[in-house]
Design a protein around this ligand. Structure first.
Ligand code: SAH
Length: 319
């Protein structure tokens, strides 16, 4: 699909043919499987100023934490025992964790099961860190480009630029890490043209994975009170991403589920094939508040079973 067709499709009265196409491609490349990933939010410390994010450095209301190496590894172990085959380690940027600590964590998780995939998502790490993590066994890196509009990017990230983000993504790819990008739908100032450019950037980067989710206004951020991203537009963008990148892993983001649980289910017939579950220990979970979301307490095993049941109801196998 070219830019013009993408823009038209995103606004079309009837999007059915694209949903059908995306679903058909997804069934061909991914079958009826939804891949479940366990996400451990190991620290909410951050020195960045992303205007949409509740964890940004200027938000003094956040009670900051960093899990210890032992806590991270034992949480990963519990997730692996519950059946997860991918562990995502996510945090703010420049949390204070040392490279040595992060390498220890990766090594210890691989020692539990060397075939478990490890994804890191800790912001823009330098090449030395990325290289060392890859050598230690990290498999994937998730760094969303957030918005492909360079002017909007600068407005939302006064301390950075789109160029730097893209450079970091290219380094990740060059090092042979599976590369995950993605973006938000409905950021204040974004248009359908922005979304089309976001989708084309995923294609240009040759992403292996892309997380596309609605913006949710977060209190105590410069964007508080703004309108949330549109759920239908999010599903359409996921479908087009599937058409552009047939083999990519495309999660239904947590933010879509937060805005609308029913629509989250539907996204699995629009091209999405991945679901991430928070396995962060209860004592930290609520403190990793990127945007407001009440996630009821549960345990890792039960949550996984419940999600597999939910997926069964819509004809999908959660693995
Ligand atoms: N510090 C890491 C992880 C960021 S949090 C990094 O910079 O990559 C993970 C993702 O949550 C972000 O990439 C962003 O796309 C999404 N996110 C942040 N704030 C959000 C908001 N208010 N609404 C919806 N999604 C948001």
């Amino acid at each position: 699909m070219k830019r013009k067709e993408i823009i038209e499709a995103l606004q079309a009265e009837d999007f059915t043919k694209y949903y059908e196409k995306a679903n058909e491609i997804c069934l061909r490349t991914k079958g009826d499987v939804v891949s479940l990933r366990a996400i451990i939010e190991f620290s909410n410390i951050c020195n960045r100023q992303c205007a949409y994010c509740g964890l940004n450095v200027d938000n003094e209301k956040v009670e900051r934490y960093m899990m210890t190496e032992e806590e991270i590894v034992s949480t990963a172990k519990e997730a692996i025992e519950a059946g997860y085959r991918t562990i995502i380690l996510q945090s703010g940027e420049n949390t204070g964790i040392t490279l040595e600590q992060l390498l220890n964590v990766v090594g210890s998780i691989k020692a539990i099961d060397k075939d478990v995939a490890i994804t890191i998502s800790a912001g823009e790490l330098n090449e030395e860190w990325l290289k060392a993590l890859k050598e230690k066994g990290a498999d994937r890196y998730l760094l969303k480009h957030e918005t492909a509009d360079p002017i909007l990017y600068k407005k939302l990230h006064p301390d950075s630029s789109l160029g730097e983000r893209i450079k970091a993504l290219k380094t990740i790819k060059q090092l042979g890490l599976e590369t995950g990008s993605g973006f938000m739908i409905g950021l204040p100032g974004a248009t359908v043209e922005t979304t089309a450019d976001d989708l084309l950037l995923l294609k240009e980067l040759g992403c292996h994975m892309a997380g596309i989710g609605p913006f949710i206004a977060s209190p105590d951020t410069p964007l508080k009170g703004r309108k949330d991203g549109d759920v239908e537009l999010t599903k359409r963008a996921v479908a087009i991403a599937r058409i552009l990148l047939p083999d990519a892993n495309l999660p239904v983001t947590t933010s879509l589920g937060v805005l609308n649980g029913e629509e989250r289910k539907k996204a699995f017939s629009c091209g999405a094939n991945v679901l991430m579950r928070k396995v962060t220990p209860e004592e930290y979970k609520d403190k990793y508040s990127i945007y407001p979301a009440k996630i009821p307490p549960t345990n890792i095993e039960k949550d996984r079973k419940d999600i597999i049941e939910m997926l069964k109801e819509i004809g999908k196998k959660g693995e």
